[in-house]
Design a protein around this ligand. Structure first.
Ligand SMILES: [Zn+2]
Length: 603
């Protein structure tokens, strides 16, 4: 795959770029460079640089917005890492979510990372991906235990247990030559975690006694007041639903939510139901989590769909992906009665144990509507108590700032307004506003022991991937697809005689173009031909152009014609053929119908 990145959103705006020394950038400053995860939810990737050493914290991917037609995955621009690859000493992973580890195979395609340190569960998930991609040789994986310290170049990184929606999550204490940094990873303060693994607040607190230079803290839920409830609160509601359900129970959640999957399996065991898991990613996670001891269940608990269809409805749980209303997911197909093996029957219970990620609200609502339409009892939404977030709300974010009492503060993992709001909250907790940095991907924060400032930018942007073919998708192509989808396509195939003096043949194809009711497609073709004939009369404009330039010129003219006369802005493609002499022109004329409209006509 070609991973060059011509589609970066922004270019360096100062001399400080690519980690190279600049005039006012002495070697003894620490540089913090977010490559992804700021101004957005997803693709969390952070570079920390000092002298000739670079370490990375996480390397995630994001999922596309609705306008990114045909794109499945979004990655950060990798130019900075490729340019500085000899300095990359290692990567520390905070936890196994895709927005923290999903980008690693793509980075390893481009550069070698000597060692990747991380929790066993995250590495278990990563190992499978690296095998699939044939990338095992490009790095070595090193599992870390809580409180373990590792050296990555000149940095000492300590892994501190934190609580989040996936088991085995860490915050990081990073000791640098300039001072100590805290990177929270994704976190919430869950004081009654279902796996009993408590947030190691004592270790963060001990580091704070030494003094924290910079706190980088998760901003995802900064718009929510109060505290995120404990994962354990979901158990009560699940119990209630399982106790009352008389037929099949279908549960959907994020494929990576180990705690939730574990609780659903426990509820199934308690109420003597068997479980079929639909969705490769969820099955994969359940197997790895079981293998590594993050959940335990007997061999006979999981059945195939065929086996589960043989059981009475009150013995069945279906655990499935599709909590975001993804069109191809099992739940969406079941809801729309398009699944080959499973149907929803009146009286079935469906639990949506997730909230829609912003942008997915409509598709989730469509799925819920379709499930109700089939007679299911659907349990969903904030009030239902079947989902809690994995991220800290404002009171917990304040607690983190209070424990760390950092000199400098940098909100991470969030859209821009969330970063602003989190910074205001830090100010309330005593971090002077001038010591907080609202950064964008690519910004370079330089720190010394007593000063800090954003001093420049490195190249940052996005790489768009069509994962079904593992191809990179150019942003211009996405724009073209959007243009085609919104405004339709006009293709004009034009055959010109040698001197470009007259049109020998003209084919016009209209696709997806909406015309005013007063204008027929035949009339439009006649007007296009008249317009082109008029343009070609201007010898000085067309005679000296080469063929490509002539095509572009005619496209531009037709753009003007459509926008001013037809009030439409279709995607216009002009293909010019030129014939050598009159004789050949006659032949072509006989072969090609003049000003014809294709049989399909406008659509
Ligand atoms: Zn996470």
């Amino acid at each position: 795959m070609n991973m060059k990145s011509p589609n970066a959103k922004s270019q360096p705006k100062t001399a400080v770029s690519s980690g190279k020394k600049s005039g006012n950038s002495p070697e003894n400053t620490l540089k913090i460079i977010p490559l992804g995860g700021l101004g957005e939810i997803g693709k969390n990737t952070m570079a920390i640089c000092y002298g000739d050493d670079i370490m990375l914290v996480d390397a995630g991917l994001a999922f596309p917005t609705e306008e990114m037609l045909g794109v499945d995955l979004v990655l950060p621009d990798l130019s900075f890492l490729i340019e500085n690859q000899t300095k990359v000493r290692g990567l520390a992973i905070t936890h196994g979510h895709e927005d923290h580890i999903g980008g690693i195979p793509f980075i390893l395609k481009e550069i070698t990372i000597p060692t990747i340190y991380g929790p066993a569960l995250a590495l278990g998930l990563l190992e499978g991906k690296l095998r699939e991609w044939g990338l095992e040789e490009r790095t070595s994986l090193c599992k870390v235990r809580p409180r373990q310290q590792v050296k990555i170049g000149c940095f000492t990184v300590q892994f501190i247990r934190c609580t989040h929606s996936i088991a085995d999550s860490f915050s990081l204490i990073i000791r640098t030559p300039v001072g100590t940094l805290i990177h929270t990873g994704d976190f919430k303060f869950d004081f009654t975690p279902v796996d009993g693994e408590l947030f190691d607040i004592a270790s963060i607190s001990a580091a704070a006694e030494e003094g924290i230079l910079l706190l980088m803290s998760d901003s995802t839920n900064t718009e929510r007041e109060g505290y995120t409830p404990s994962e354990r609160t979901v158990w009560r509601k699940l119990n209630e639903v399982f106790a009352n359900a008389r037929q099949r129970i279908v549960v959907t959640t994020f494929a990576s939510n180990v705690h939730r999957i574990r609780q659903v399996l426990q509820a199934a065991m308690k109420y003597d139901r068997k479980v079929a898991i639909l969705g490769r990613s969820m099955m994969n996670l359940a197997n790895i989590a079981r293998e590594l001891g993050y959940m335990t269940f007997p061999d006979g608990l999981l059945l195939s769909v065929d086996q589960i269809n043989q059981l009475p409805p009150d013995r069945v749980v279906i655990l499935t992906t599709g909590s975001q209303g993804e069109p191809l997911s099992a739940l969406t197909r079941i809801a729309n009665d398009e699944h080959k093996q499973l149907k929803i029957f009146p009286g079935d219970t469906v639990i949506i144990s997730a909230t829609p990620i912003p942008g997915n609200e409509r598709s989730v609502a469509n799925t819920i509507n379709a499930l109700f339409l089939r007679g299911a009892d659907v349990i969903y939404g904030k009030e239902a108590g079947v989902h809690v977030s994995g991220h800290a709300c404002r009171e917990e974010q304040k607690l983190m700032i209070n424990i760390c009492r950092p000199k400098f503060f940098m909100p991470i993992h969030g859209e821009y307004r969330m970063l602003v709001s989190h910074t205001e909250l830090a100010a309330e907790c005593g971090v002077p506003p001038e010591n907080s940095f609202i950064m964008e991907n690519g910004d370079v924060l330089e720190l010394t022991a007593d000063s800090g400032g954003v001093t420049g930018r490195v190249k940052a942007g996005v790489i768009l991937i069509d994962s079904s073919r593992a191809w990179q998708v150019n942003e211009q192509i996405i724009q073209e697809r959007r243009h085609l989808a919104e405004d339709g396509l006009v293709t004009v195939a034009l055959t010109l005689a040698t001197q470009r003096s007259k049109i020998v043949a003209l084919d016009v194809s209209l696709k997806g173009l909406i015309l005013p009711s007063s204008l027929s497609s035949e009339e439009l073709v006649t007007r296009i031909k008249a317009e082109l004939s008029k343009i070609l009369l201007d010898r000085t404009a067309v005679s000296k152009l080469n063929k490509d330039d002539l095509q572009s010129f005619l496209q531009g003219c037709l753009n003007g014609f459509f926008s001013s006369r037809i009030r439409a802005l279709p995607f216009i493609q002009v293909i010019v053929h030129e014939v050598a002499g009159e004789e050949q022109a006659k032949k072509t004329k006989n072969a090609r119908p003049s000003a014809s409209i294709p049989k399909s006509g406008p659509s």
